[in-house]
Design a protein around this ligand. Structure first.
Ligand SMILES: Cc1ncc(C[n+]2csc(CCOP(=O)(O)OP(=O)(O)O)c2C)c(N)n1
Length: 639
């Protein structure tokens, strides 16, 4: 479908073209840019509200700064659609998040304007500071480095680690705090209240405006500007500090709050800031979904990444997997946790900023005193859970597999070494689909199975998920218990089964067979069910085992398998290196068996963004891919 840009936008192929516009044309340009994002995202899907919220900021940044020599580092990067469109990718923008198309996030290999690859949050200040220090070291004094970070991403500890260092360096760093009061869900912690306070405090703003005016004027004074500015600042600093400005107290000059939708004002503010050396922060107030009525007035969480929608009515088109049949694993997790928590008062729920995505919001609503959104703070989520566990509570800490990478030391140091009973529910395990490599949940089996005091499990269906959750909270349990499951629907429309304990370290025989054994872990095992049917028609009698646990492995079952079969295929939607298949190979070596084992899973390379099913196919573990492996292993010709 051809989507035409507006008159001004159609002439802009790079930031140099943008700079040719008169300032008086910028408002009209922003309208066109916004409309183009609406037009394309409504048809092709993607993140939405965040990019609309920074249309003016994006325009002003590229208008004022000399990108790509000046470096813009977008935090998370889901808000960078306008940046992509301005920086030479307008005509490809409809391929956003599609196989072979543009990445949904800034990516260094995609464009010289993408100063840093992102996807996970809160990295922008560290990265921009590193760039600023490098520029200083290389004597590139004029270069500017700008981190654009949301109020949600600002809650991540690494952002504060970076500001802590930035405050004692004199590098050219501008942090733009894009404050829209939202994460994906509403931002919840104390920082949010603080930001609201300084945005609305009249006394503070009056003084700030005065300082700002003086500094703005002084910046025109040339070489002495820094000295004069420092004097003026010092004289008012005591007042500012009395107001206890968080950023000032970290030695960052604080400017703002400014209206992030007034593009002309932003241009003049950024021009002034360019002349003020050292680390500084501009507080920019914006609205997520700005300029698209249903997103402005409706549920902002829904409009974070709504998928395809009718831009005229605002009606979101149903994804196929949302057409009622089996529920999503997420829903089963959310409802089951409440059910268990009703029976076991020790259960608590924890999520780092993903209440809607994980469905912990169900428990947060029903049992607010027992379920916590801790903002984008995976490390804290793990150690907070560990703290709860020391007091005999049973925290269910739900973290997406990809974001769990952030909390790894905490899992080792705070949970496993102390043998604390924390249940980790790893959502979005396996391929993330269109979000791509930054979001694939590829590594968790490998990084968890090497840890002592850690159980690693994965359900093949909803009932198994419920039973694993039930088992994990039983009174005699010790140590960490992880349960991984993918995004999206399972296979059981009648999912609300009666709880049954699963003996830890036991697998299930799904289908008897004699020619070859398929060993699977988790939901991907359903592919093997299909494969077995196909193979049966071809006269190949494959056995299928759902191992359920990667750690501890069902050794009894494995002994039987290795005694019976000389040909084995393992299937997982995690990295093949160090994953489930590796565990099976280790078992084989440790027990002196010899078999022809083929491991299927995520290969040792970066797998790009694409539809989940397509990626399974690309990596050879869709039903047909598994069948091909079986055929080649048993020596049949493969087309
Ligand atoms: C480490 C990490 N945890 C969780 C996420 C999921 N996530 C993506 S965007 C987002 C909200 C970001 O909020 P904010 O920075 O305020 O940007 P906004 O969308 O409001 O513009 C979250 C939690 C992530 N990308 N990275």
């Amino acid at each position: 479908m051809l989507i035409s840009p507006g008159k001004l936008l159609s002439q802009i192929n790079n930031p140099d073209d943008l700079k040719k516009l008169n300032e008086s044309e910028l408002v009209a340009f922003c309208d066109e840019l916004r409309q183009y994002i609406i037009d394309v995202v409504s048809v092709y899907g993607g993140h939405f509200g965040a990019s609309l919220g920074v249309v003016e900021l994006t325009t002003a940044l590229h208008y004022v700064y000399n990108t790509p020599n000046d470096q813009l580092v977008w935090d998370v990067g889901h808000q960078a659609y306008g940046h992509k469109i301005i920086t030479g990718r307008r005509e490809d923008f409809h391929t956003n998040r599609m196989y072979g198309g543009l990445s949904g996030f800034p990516k260094r290999s995609e464009s010289e304007f993408d100063a840093f690859g992102v996807g996970h949050s809160s990295t922008s200040i560290s990265a921009a500071l590193g760039m600023a220090v490098a520029s200083e070291y290389k004597n590139e004094k004029d270069r500017q480095h700008i981190a654009i970070i949301g109020d949600g991403a600002m809650t991540g500890g690494i952002a504060f680690e970076a500001m802590n260092q930035a405050g004692v360096l004199n590098t050219n760093l501008l942090i733009i705090l894009n404050d829209n009061c939202m994460s994906i869900d509403p931002n919840v912690g104390a920082l949010k209240d603080y930001l609201t306070d300084i945005t609305t405090s009249h006394t503070y703003n009056k003084v700030r405006d005065e300082v700002w005016n003086i500094l703005g004027k002084i910046s025109k004074f040339g070489p002495n500007a820094r000295e004069i500015a420092a004097n003026v600042e010092n004289s008012v600093k005591s007042f500012l500090l009395k107001q206890s400005n968080l950023f000032e107290s970290l030695n960052l000059r604080y400017f703002g709050p400014v209206d992030g939708h007034d593009v002309n004002h932003l241009v003049s503010v950024l021009n002034d800031l360019k002349d003020i050396p050292g680390p500084k922060l501009l507080h920019c107030v914006t609205m997520k979904g700005k300029g698209y009525e249903p997103a402005e007035t409706g549920d902002q969480t829904k409009w974070h990444a709504p998928g395809k929608f009718d831009k005229l009515t605002g009606e979101i088109r149903k994804k196929e997997y949302e057409i009622p049949q089996p529920p999503k694993y997420q829903e089963v997790f959310g409802k089951t946790l409440v059910e268990l928590a009703e029976q076991n008062e020790k259960i608590m729920g924890v999520t780092p900023a993903m209440p809607s995505g994980s469905s912990l919001n169900i428990m947060m609503k029903e049992m607010p005193e027992r379920a916590f959104d801790v903002d984008i703070a995976e490390q804290h989520a793990v150690t907070f859970s560990a703290g709860l566990a020391t007091q005999g509570l049973v925290p269910f800490c739900n973290i997406y597999s990809t974001f769990m990478q952030r909390g790894y030391d905490q899992v080792v140091h705070d949970v496993c070494i102390q043998n604390l009973n924390v249940v980790f529910c790893l959502d979005r395990a396996g391929f993330a689909g269109a979000d791509g490599p930054t979001h694939h949940g590829a590594y968790d089996i490998a990084y968890f199975r090497c840890l002592p005091n850690m159980i690693v499990s994965a359900p093949m269906n909803e009932s198994e998920l419920r039973n694993l959750m039930y088992t994990a909270q039983l009174p005699d349990r010790k140590g960490a218990f992880s349960i991984r499951y993918p995004r999206g629907q399972g296979v059981m429309p009648e999912w609300k089964t009666k709880f049954e304990e699963i003996e830890v370290g036991t697998g299930r025989l799904i289908k008897e067979g004699n020619d070859i054994a398929l060993l699977t872990i988790g939901h991907i095992g359903n592919y093997a069910v299909e494969t077995c049917k196909t193979l049966q028609k071809e006269g190949i009698d494959a056995a299928h085992y759902d191992m359920r646990f990667v750690k501890p492995l069902d050794e009894k079952m494995l002994h039987n398998i290795f005694k019976k079969f000389s040909k084995i295929v393992t299937v997982e939607d995690g990295c093949v290196h160090g994953g489930f298949g590796s565990a099976v190979l280790e078992f084989m070596a440790d027990h002196g068996y010899s078999a022809n084992v083929q491991r299927l899973g995520i290969p040792d390379r970066i797998v790009e963004h694409c539809d989940q099913l397509e990626l399974h196919k690309e990596c050879g573990f869709d039903p047909e891919g598994i069948a091909q492996s079986v055929r080649s292993l048993i020596g049949l010709a493969v087309e």
